[in-house]
Design a protein around this ligand. Structure first.
Ligand SMILES: CCCCCCCCCCCCCC(=O)SCCNC(=O)CCNC(=O)[C@H](O)C(C)(C)COP(=O)(O)OP(=O)(O)OC[C@H]1O[C@@H](n2cnc3c(N)ncnc32)[C@H](O)[C@@H]1OP(=O)(O)O
Length: 455
């Protein structure tokens, strides 16, 4: 190795060590390989976000000087030939336009083989959170043909960051047609939705992305538990490890047929007050959380109750009628492109859960609390895997957020390729643990303080 190269490696390692020291070993700044210098983010450097190495000693709002009256009431100008529109999820034609846009252009893996398949029922559930507004489903159409070519959405929520409750929106489903990429339309979409949200006197937002932007407040990693190994292998979702045979993998991934927890059953309407109280209490442990109200709880966990169910929620009821545990997962399949045998991988995503297992301990990290939590969560999510498998899911995904690091390894979840970064707009927050060690493997000791799950 040349002296010059050696020096630059030493510099890199020293920079990395500096970053680690600055952030108490938090993983988020280790995405440095993927990120540009702050000045190169031509759009993001102009927004109310913090730069990568910015030091601050107080969390809070970045700019609180504006009022809705300061915000223009007309949409931002669009390039000729295109026009803004709203997407009404209650209109089947408009929802279908969105479905087609996302289905053909949304997030894919790096080999363009898998793509999220957000079905109409899913979008209806995701976009119609209590308080949703039609003008926060922002689309762009080609003027001459009406074709929908870009979209971004926001839904309201109260976000809690440590002790601060912040009226915010969650921004999601940013998508631009492949033929319109790299034309700086994304910044325009973001500024337009920001304008529309600001008009309602809301000034903070939460969003997640696989890409590194200035600056993540936390980073989690996707993990996958194979339920139908053979199909995953046939579709290329999973590789055969060099030291194993296919039958060995099938045996390793085998799942019992019957759930184990006494009193486990689907959640009903009547359970809502108790299950809502349980989840609210459980969420208090996290530094980043969605402060649900009861109406939101109903929406997010009972779903629409129609045949196209996307959300599945369960409770554990004790013989005395008390609900001690709750978990939920949602279904979001991947389309498979160009595979002769399969066109879809059925995927379950772990969503919110709660258990009273460690409520009697003051410190959730104590040895005893950790042990009881670990045991109960392993049983609970173990049963979730069985239920998901029985309903035809091929794989069960979970992030390293919440208390997931306590059971992921026991339940044979394997690390995925993808990292998910969490961001806030117009709010500086200190780093929040995402369940990852500096080398991006599971950190079962520090665990995670991220309590929000975004679709
Ligand atoms: C208070 C209310 C506030 C509301 C707003 C809160 C903020 C919400 C923020 C949005 C949260 C969304 C949450 C989700 O939905 S994350 C899901 C994002 N969607 C996809 O990945 C689907 C497939 N990809 C696409 O459709 C396009 O590639 C997208 C639309 C992603 C970019 O289109 P395109 O490739 O044609 O690029 P451009 O030339 O127009 O623009 C380039 C600029 O855009 C920056 N960029 C690239 N990707 C992202 C990204 N995922 N978040 C934020 N910014 C992103 C990029 O760094 C560059 O800026 P800068 O580097 O020069 O600075």
């Amino acid at each position: 190795m040349s002296e010059e190269k050696k020096d630059s490696n030493v510099d890199k390692i020293q920079d990395l060590l500096k970053l680690l020291a600055l952030n108490n070993g938090d993983v988020q700044k280790l995405n440095s390989q993927q990120r540009k210098a702050f000045e190169e983010y031509k759009f993001w450097r102009t927004q109310q976000v913090v730069s990568f190495d910015e030091k601050f000693d107080k969390e809070g709002v970045i700019d609180d000087t504006k009022t809705p009256a300061d915000i223009p009431d007309k949409p931002l100008p669009l390039i000729d030939g295109f026009t803004w529109c709203n997407i009404n999820p209650d209109d089947p034609n408009e929802l279908d336009d969105l479905f087609v846009l996302l289905n053909e252009n949304y997030v894919e893996d790096k080999h363009s083989v898998f793509r999220f398949n957000y079905k109409e029922a899913f979008l209806n559930w995701a976009l119609k959170a209590p308080g949703w507004k039609i003008e926060w489903n922002v689309g762009v159409r080609v003027q001459s043909t009406g074709k929908l070519v870009a979209f971004i959405s926001a839904i309201p929520l109260t976000l809690r960051i440590r002790d601060n409750a912040i009226p915010s929106v969650e921004v999601n489903f940013l998508c631009i047609h492949k033929q319109l990429r790299s034309k700086r339309l994304a910044p325009l979409m973001i500024m337009e939705i920001q304008r529309r949200v600001n008009r309602y006197d809301i000034w903070q937002a939460l969003y997640t992305a696989g890409v590194v932007l200035p600056s993540p407040i936390s980073t989690c990693r996707y993990t996958h538990r194979a339920l139908n190994w053979t199909k995953l292998y046939e579709t290329g979702f999973t590789d055969l490890p060099g030291d194993r045979t296919a039958p060995q993998m099938v045996a390793e991934c085998a799942i019992p047929k019957v759930t184990k927890m006494q009193g486990l059953r689907p959640m009903k309407k009547e359970d809502v007050p108790e299950a809502f109280a349980l989840l609210s209490k459980y969420q208090e442990r996290f530094d980043l959380a969605h402060l649900f109200d009861e109406e939101e709880f109903k929406h997010w966990f009972l779903g629409s109750q129609d045949d196209n169910k996307v959300i599945f929620s369960y409770v554990v009821e004790q013989p005395d009628g008390k609900i001690t545990d709750f978990f939920s997962f949602y279904s979001l399949p991947f389309s498979i492109l160009g595979n002769a045998k399969h066109d879809q991988v059925e995927i379950a995503y772990l969503y919110y859960y709660a258990t009273d297992a460690d409520f009697e301990y003051n410190d959730r990290f104590s040895k005893e609390a950790t042990e009881v939590s670990k045991q109960r969560l392993t049983e609970l999510v173990g049963d979730a895997l069985i239920l998901a498998k029985n309903m035809g899911m091929d794989v069960f995904n979970a992030l390293t957020s919440q208390e997931n690091t306590l059971f992921l390894e026991n339940l044979k979840f394997g690390l995925g390729d993808g990292l998910l970064n969490f961001y806030t707009l117009n709010y500086k927050a200190f780093p929040i643990t995402g369940g990852l060690k500096p080398d991006n493997t599971i950190d079962a000791e520090k665990r995670s303080n991220v309590g929000v799950v975004m679709l």
